[in-house]
Design a protein around this ligand. Structure first.
Ligand SMILES: Cc1cc2nc3c(=O)[nH]c(=O)nc-3n(C[C@H](O)[C@H](O)[C@H](O)COP(=O)(O)OP(=O)(O)OC[C@H]3O[C@@H](n4cnc5c(N)ncnc54)[C@H](O)[C@@H]3O)c2cc1C
Length: 133
């Protein structure tokens, strides 16, 4: 069982486990699962949600430092936005524009797959995520 988490605006990069944070998380966990009171606390972890100074992510080449590209500061949305941010960073490193997929080389050949289902409706279906497409 994993219980979490606090949200502490202005805590910077302080990764200490505080009594106040523990109390908040445990109180919430016990309110929904009182039986956990007799359990064993195995470990505590701390994670950060760092954001850029204006909340927007830091994404792109670093001015004045050749070949350095940053993709960070994703705040509380990094798990969701990480793949897109990584794709933009990768395309930037390759000298490709972030919003115009390169369809001229391997493996980005024209897609002739029939994407309609038996009723003729569009079927997006699950597919592998290719960050460079
Ligand atoms: C409790 C919690 C819940 C969250 N829930 C969500 C959610 O539901 N949805 C969502 O989209 N996002 C969520 N997030 C945010 C998400 O986890 C972050 O935005 C995302 O992990 C940031 O990714 P990152 O690669 O920029 O940094 P990180 O994931 O922090 O990766 C940085 C890496 O660099 C390593 N590192 C640091 N310093 C050094 C060094 N000097 N040398 C070498 N390696 C180093 C670290 O060990 C780490 O592996 C949550 C965050 C927290 C803390």
């Amino acid at each position: 069982m994993v219980a979490g988490a606090t949200r502490e605006t202005g805590s910077g990069f302080d990764v200490r486990v505080t009594p106040g944070g523990l109390a908040e998380v445990l109180a919430n966990a016990l309110s929904v699962a009182p039986g956990l009171a007799e359990g064993t606390v195995l470990e505590t972890r701390v994670g950060l949600r760092p954001a850029g100074p204006d909340i927007r992510p830091l994404l792109g080449p670093v001015a004045g430092v050749d070949h350095l590209i940053v993709a960070a500061g994703l705040g509380a949305s990094g798990l969701t936005m990480g793949p897109l941010a990584g794709a933009v960073a990768a395309r930037t490193a390759l000298g490709l524009p972030p919003d115009q997929p390169d369809r001229t080389g391997q493996p980005d050949q024209p897609d002739h797959t029939d994407h309609t289902d038996q009723a003729g409706l569009p079927d997006p279906g699950p597919g592998p995520f290719d960050p460079l497409r």
